[in-house]
Design a protein around this ligand. Structure first.
Ligand code: ATP
Length: 256
């Protein structure tokens, strides 16, 4: 049996939006993943002051956002932890739970990639998971994210990022709960950016984790902008799944 290839998309999801979904789908397709686990941060390491909705609300919204995609699942392993969420702890937990044969892929946007070296135990991240990174669209508040591939090898900030009922924190259950799992043929080569012949490979020292690029349409959407729009009663239709919008309305989240 092929080793399962599992994508991990951690985030605050405050609220989840189509940028997250397109990012996950792009990684799923291009890296030939079997599934993507969305993992909402319980107490996000570097957003302790700015996170707005409770972990329970963010978990519920994330479940609603992915429920119509059989290749996506939500894992509550960070929400059920009382301590601050660090990606490295989640990767270790997933490895222990899924077994050594599982191949993990950490999916991030360029703003997160620029911060990688400041994350807890950053030097171990790439030994536990291959890192897949997509550029972020720019514009409006999204420019705060400085989304740009050029950042991949330069800037830093901090660990920005930061299941199912009856199986709290059980990551194996989250994976098993996927309704449909594609079986992929052996030996399908992954699309990689292969430099043309005769272009010398750079020998300059590389950053700790060199992410594999993922192409996706530039979507200048961020949760920050969406919260601001909601506070001003501006429509967020088509930027967030309808089910999530209904949940936000029902619970009067982000009213101000
Ligand atoms: P906030 O505005 O509150 O900081 P966010 O929109 O950045 O939130 P997060 O939940 O923090 O959302 O993001 C989780 C992951 O998804 C991060 O790796 C981030 O880079 C990536 N991401 C978020 N929005 C986009 C987008 N529009 N395009 C590509 N990647 C994105």
């Amino acid at each position: 049996m092929n080793a399962p290839r599992i994508g991990i998309l951690g985030g605050t999801f405050d609220p989840p939006h189509i940028g997250h979904l397109v990012l996950a789908q792009s990684a799923l397709t291009q890296a030939q993943l079997d599934c993507v686990l969305f993992i909402p941060a319980g107490r996000p390491a570097f957003k302790l002051e700015t996170v707005v909705a409770s972990a329970e609300h963010r978990l519920a919204m994330t479940r609603l956002a992915v429920e119509d995609n059989p290749d996506f699942a939500v894992c509550d392993c960070e929400v059920t932890r009382t301590e601050v969420s660090y990606t490295i702890d989640t990767l270790r937990e997933l490895k222990a739970s899924l077994g050594p044969s599982a191949k993990l892929f950490l999916i991030i946007g360029a703003d997160s990639a620029a911060e990688l070296e400041t994350w807890k135990d950053a030097d171990e991240l790439s030994s536990l998971a291959e890192i897949l990174c997509a550029a972020r669209g720019e514009g409006g508040a999204a420019t705060e994210h400085k989304g740009d591939e050029a950042q991949l090898a330069s800037g830093h900030k901090g660990e920005g990022h930061k299941g199912d009922e009856g199986h709290k924190g059980d990551v194996s259950f989250c994976v098993r709960s996927l309704r449909h799992k594609r079986v992929r043929p052996l030996c399908v080569p992954r699309p990689l950016c292969v430099p043309p012949l005769c272009v010398p490979t750079p020998i300059a020292p590389r950053p700790l984790c060199v992410p594999t690029p993922i192409a996706m349409p530039a979507l200048a959407i961020s949760s920050t902008e969406l919260r601001q729009a909601l506070a001003k009663k501006v429509s967020i239709r088509y930027l967030v799944p309808d089910r999530v919008i209904a949940y936000i309305r029902k619970h009067s989240l982000y009213d101000r």
